[in-house]
Design a protein around this ligand. Structure first.
Ligand code: MN
Ligand code: MN
Length: 287
């Protein structure tokens, strides 16, 4: 793990990577806390290379500043630490990309993002809307982060895709908060997403069909193929100012899902670089 001092010593970095080893608010199965080192290892695995599909060399020197992993510790509030870590990345001019944890981590991340970007849009990939007012008595549950975000007024727009687990309560919540939801049953591959405000991307691995990413806590068949999700990311026309990849649970499956998370990391990172200044590091593409 890098220290903050090592990380600050990298002045050319554009993206700040933060591992979040926190699954305290998972309602059904723990394990998402174990994801960060496995996603990092899959990203660096010799089985592939470090180039994104659009020709960005993510192995180029100094592109990333890695702030290490946040671990819950007794007597400390992990949510406060996550918010502070994201704020520090933003203070150094970095676009945060968080890896791991359950989806509860997105509320403190978005708190920090919204303080910097008052008109933030969120594109949320998930099988679940995560809009419960509370879940099993826990308002911090991973089933609740988007209710917390919307009631705090942290997002100008919330667009949810991949959703296929709606119930009455969450439909009321979606109406109340003005969520723009495209349920999976209405999905078409030619849908285009445009945002005219800074965009935060929150990627719950269970938006994918469990056939493509079985290492998750809540299998919900009927989801995106990996290719469909990549198509949405690659087709975005918006400045992506931050992103997370959450809910990879290595206790359920650790190999295919780690590679899928690393692939998403690569393509999201490349898209973030494409939409940030200066021009991304690219070299000759295959002709
Ligand atoms: Mn979720
Ligand atoms: Mn989910």
């Amino acid at each position: 793990m890098q220290t903050w001092e090592q990380f600050i010593a990298n002045p050319n970095a554009r993206l700040g990577v933060l591992g979040i080893a926190d699954d305290e608010n998972s309602s059904y199965q723990r394990g998402a806390a174990e994801a960060p080192p496995l996603i990092r290892a899959a990203f660096h695995s010799d089985s592939s290379n470090l180039w994104s599909e659009n020709g960005t060399n993510l192995g180029a020197d100094g592109l990333f500043a890695d702030a290490g992993d946040i671990q819950p510790s007794p007597g400390r509030d992990t949510a406060v630490e996550i918010e502070a870590a994201i704020t520090r990345l933003l203070d150094h001019g970095l676009r945060p990309l968080s890896l791991g944890g359950d989806h509860a981590v997105t509320f403190p991340i978005v708190k920090a993002m919204a303080a910097r970007y008052p008109r933030l849009s969120i594109l949320h990939f998930d099988a679940h809307p995560d809009l419960y007012d509370d879940f099993n008595g826990n308002r911090r549950s991973h089933a609740c982060p988007f209710a917390r975000i919307m009631e705090a007024g942290l997002a100008a727009r919330l667009v949810q895709i991949g959703i296929r687990t709606m119930n009455g309560h969450q439909r009321q919540q979606a109406d109340k908060f003005g969520v723009e939801m495209i349920e999976m049953r209405y999905w078409r591959d030619d849908l285009a997403f445009e945002f005219d405000t800074p965009l935060y991307l929150s990627f719950d691995m269970d938006c994918l069909d469990p056939a493509y990413a079985p290492g998750i806590s809540h299998w919900e068949p009927g989801g995106f193929s990996t290719r469909q999700a990549l198509g949405v990311i690659q087709g975005l026309r918006a400045p992506i100012v931050g992103a997370d990849i959450v809910e990879f649970n290595p206790r359920v499956e650790a190999r295919l899902t780690a590679m899928t998370a690393a692939k998403l990391f690569k393509e999201i990172a490349a898209k973030m670089l494409e939409t940030s200044q200066p021009t991304p590091v690219t070299e000759g593409k295959i002709r």
